[in-house]
Write a protein that binds this ligand. Structure first.
Ligand code: DX5
Ligand code: ZN
Length: 236
């Protein structure tokens, strides 16, 4: 949990490029290219059931672990994440985020923690904040999906900003060190909007890996986010 304490570490924004938009046939090289400009690596795990797409699982996480020391932020878009948590821990995941929509939330968060990983809880754009509120004392991270999960390259949904602000305010009110993460359609413009609403961890796939120089795209995203923070208009 220590490596999640943004404020204690004096860091205000964490940038988490999503490998979903990277070249899966050349993943280690793609990650190496973006690593100098990244804080975390976001790994999207899709099971073809909770979302209508299939991606990667623990073997790919374990292989990538041989190539980078980056923090692995695994986003489990799975109906039965509990069946695979141990495998993700063994593969070298640092954090696992499960969706509140799949249920068994308390058990899943507790197991993630027992396995030595940071526990994240995600909600889809149409899931109300009330669904995650009962678990705020048990999480290290709240993920507000700013698109419906399943695919990269979708348009950011501004209506989620209100939930970003609610999440940050509720965590601050509890004195929690848990982080608010946003995922989906994040580019320089939308990053600024989410930071203004209270987001601390920015996931970005196509805006980073779709760029011919991914590290430059990542740096510019961070600059846009930090500029917004410095503007003093941040509030939640
Ligand atoms: C979508 C995934 C995202 C995806 C974001 O289901 O959870 O992490 O990679 O991609 P962009 O940034 O292209 O919206
Ligand atoms: Zn994701």
């Amino acid at each position: 949990m220590d490596d999640l304490q943004v404020r204690d570490a004096g860091v205000e924004i964490l940038l988490a490029p999503s490998v979903l938009s990277a070249d899966f046939g050349n993943l280690a090289e793609a990650v190496g290219e973006v690593a100098p400009a990244a804080d975390w690596l976001h790994i999207d795990v899709m099971d073809g059931h909770f979302v209508p797409n299939l991606t990667v699982g623990p073997p790919v996480v374990a292989s990538l672990r041989n190539h980078t020391g980056l923090y692995f932020d695994c986003h489990l878009m799975m109906t039965n994440p509990g069946d695979h948590l141990e495998a993700f821990a063994k593969a070298g995941a640092n954090g696992c985020t499960v969706h509140v929509e799949v249920g068994s939330t308390r058990e899943l968060l507790s197991e993630i923690g027992h396995l030595g990983m940071a526990a994240g809880l995600a909600m889809n754009p149409d899931t109300p904040f009330d669904a995650v509120e009962p678990y705020l004392d048990e999480v290290d991270l709240v993920l507000c999906m700013t698109v419906f999960p399943g695919f990269g390259g979708q348009a950011f949904m501004p209506e989620v900003l209100e939930k970003v602000a609610l999440s940050r305010a509720a965590l601050e009110a509890r004195g929690s060190g848990a982080l608010v993460e946003v995922d989906g359609g994040i580019d320089e413009q939308t990053a600024a909007l989410t930071v203004r609403a209270g987001a601390q961890v920015l996931v970005s796939g196509s805006a980073v890996f779709g760029h011919e120089r991914p590290w430059e795209a990542a740096r510019r995203l961070r600059q846009a986010a930090l500029k917004e923070l410095a503007s003093g208009q941040v509030g939640w």
